[in-house]
Design a protein around this ligand. Structure first.
Ligand code: AMP
Length: 542
């Protein structure tokens, strides 16, 4: 017997329709490439997204055709999120930090038909457009009078004249909720990047789940600043969850430095922010010397790489901001776990609570997880045993776009490539990427633990721990360190700093000071590049 409830497909267009009808006057504020602040409402987003949909019809784009973006977080990007997916096309957000050759490769692989880009990326588009064989239309996200006269890009139009020629008289089409809605290529540290292809259904389920109290806890009373980019995994789904809750949205545009982010938080009464640790490090670095405080910020979700304890501590103790540590990945839309405490933790000491907060958190309903050994046997949830983290759920990839790389699943589970422990309460903690694990004398050393201790030192800006081959121990850890500007710390001082903070045999054998950390396109330390940089390095005592 079937249930007798209405059957309505879960479609992205319903989010913006809802926001227009129920939160039409809630604001969307954007720092633009031009430098000024643009301010309008969800009603305007809905209106202009429908113009986008009509403009795509005008280009004769077929259902499921791909529309690419190279854009910062901003209102026009948001309109494309809704106009492209809502009209049945697929939004392909391209990470502008990728190498131009890689951008050309993925645009061709995705068979993008249209590319919409912020003017700050004009030089990039000029460098790659001749390699993009499928793109027929180039749209600059600007006013008509800002369109460069001699860009060299055939048929370049301004976004405002492109959508301005359309009315907003458009009814969102209804179609199968399993239809593809957007795509994002993984950073691809080896081989070619592979794309996760999200559906309307997966995106809506993720949007519901992300808004839950024990997840991001978003509401119509929030003013949300997603610093996490809309060009990588849909800004952790915030553009969707914000419309679902009616929260105010504040977009930083290209101004990601500490001062600009701090000033935007204060000016727009931001209550909730989301970003990777490096962004917050820049902001705290700006605030501390100037003695600045927040007047409205209450919570910040930090993920993408491990959040150092020193950062959780600083946010909490110095600024009264709760840090929500999150874990996820492109293949998970991206949220998998988020760290919030349970009732039973109320009576714990601050130190004990901090130990839990450092973990990547509990599974969100919709994501199931397990840890397994090399033979695929499930390991126990004791908080100590670590193994390969596998996940499954309705917003986890089943296959990569065009079947690239073959079937990624093992017995229906997606192997994340992360190594983790899970404790008896279900809190998961990442110890490493599987390829970064350090094996010393038959024991494993978590590079994240070693890095967290180093960044707690006041003179250390960034630290990456890697294993170096050792004749007796297999591998020994060393730590590559970038010092904070104007601060000093010696090798011996830093080694001494580990005393009492970790087991003796886990203390790095050496410290290598480097001028800058090699970073990947998604803001993560690139250990592959670091290993190349240190290929001639030899351990001191060997
Ligand atoms: P991406 O697909 O580019 O978003 O990268 C996903 C990877 O980032 C994960 O598989 C993890 O290795 C890493 N990652 C994400 N969040 C965290 C976190 N909170 N702690 C440690 N690693 C993380």
């Amino acid at each position: 017997m079937l249930g007798l409830m209405q059957s309505q497909p879960l479609l992205i267009s319903s989010l913006i329709e809802f926001a227009e009808r129920h939160h039409g006057d809630a604001e969307v504020v954007s720092r633009r490439v031009e430098g000024d602040l643009h301010r309008y409402t969800y009603k305007d987003v809905a209106h202009r997204s429908r113009q986008v949909a009509r403009a795509l019809d005008g280009l004769k784009l077929a259902f499921s055709d791909r529309v690419a973006t190279l854009a910062w977080n901003g209102y026009r990007h948001l309109e494309l999120y809704y106009g492209v997916s809502g009209s049945g096309r697929v939004l392909h957000t391209i990470n502008p930090r990728l190498h131009p050759d890689q951008i050309g490769w993925i645009a061709n692989h995705a068979e993008d038909q249209v590319l919409c880009f912020d003017l700050s990326f004009l030089p990039l588009v000029q460098a790659v457009h001749s390699k993009c064989t499928t793109i027929k239309h180039y749209i600059a996200l600007c006013d008509a009078d800002k369109l460069p006269a001699d860009s060299g890009i055939p048929g370049l139009q301004s976004y405002e004249s492109w959508i301005g020629a359309q009315t907003s008289d458009y009814a969102w089409p209804t179609f199968d909720e399993n239809t593809a809605s957007s795509m994002c290529y993984t950073s691809g540290t080896t081989g070619h990047p592979k794309a996760a292809l999200y559906s309307h259904r997966s995106t809506l389920l993720h949007a519901y789940a992300a808004a839950l109290p024990d997840v991001m806890c978003l509401s119509a009373r929030d003013s949300i600043l997603p610093v996490v980019p809309m060009f990588h995994v849909n800004a952790w789904g915030i553009p969707y969850s914000a419309a679902l809750t009616g929260a105010k949205l504040v977009f930083p545009g290209p101004a990601m430095d500490g001062k600009s982010i701090y000033e935007l938080i204060e000016a727009e009464k931001v209550t909730y922010a989301a970003g990777v640790p490096t962004v917050w490090q820049m902001m705290l670095g700006h605030m501390k010397p100037a003695g600045l405080k927040f007047s409205t910020l209450r919570r910040t979700v930090i993920g993408g790489s491990a959040c150092p304890p020193a950062m959780i501590h600083a946010f909490q103790e110095d600024y009264g901001v709760e840090v929500l540590h999150a874990w996820g990945m492109t293949e998970l839309s991206p949220l998998g776990t988020l760290c919030t405490l349970k009732n039973k933790h109320d009576g714990l000491s601050a130190d004990e609570k901090m130990k839990i907060r450092l973990k990547q958190g509990r599974a969100i309903f919709g994501v199931d997880m397990k840890i397994v050994d090399a033979a695929g046997k499930e390991l126990s949830w004791d908080g100590k045993t670590f193994g390969d983290l596998h996940v499954k759920g309705p917003w986890v990839v089943q296959d990569y776009y065009k079947g690239e790389g073959g079937n990624p699943l093992v017995d229906g589970w997606f192997p994340t490539g992360d190594v983790a422990t899970i404790d008896a309460d279900g809190y998961m903690q990442i110890t490493d990427r599987s390829k970064d694990v350090i094996k010393s004398g038959g024991e494993w050393i978590s590079s994240i633990d070693i890095e967290n201790i180093a960044v707690a030192h006041p003179a250390v800006a960034m630290a990456a721990c890697i294993g170096i081959a050792h004749p007796k121990w297999d591998e020994r850890p060393i730590i590559a360190v970038v010092k904070k500007p104007g601060m000093e710390v010696s090798r011996d001082e830093l080694i001494a700093f580990y005393e009492g903070k970790t087991a003796k045999w886990q203390v790095p054998d050496d410290v290598v000071f480097i001028d800058a950390m090699p970073m990947g396109a998604t803001g993560k330390m690139l250990k592959t590049r670091l290993r190349e940089m240190l290929k001639d390095y030899r351990l001191p005592q060997v």
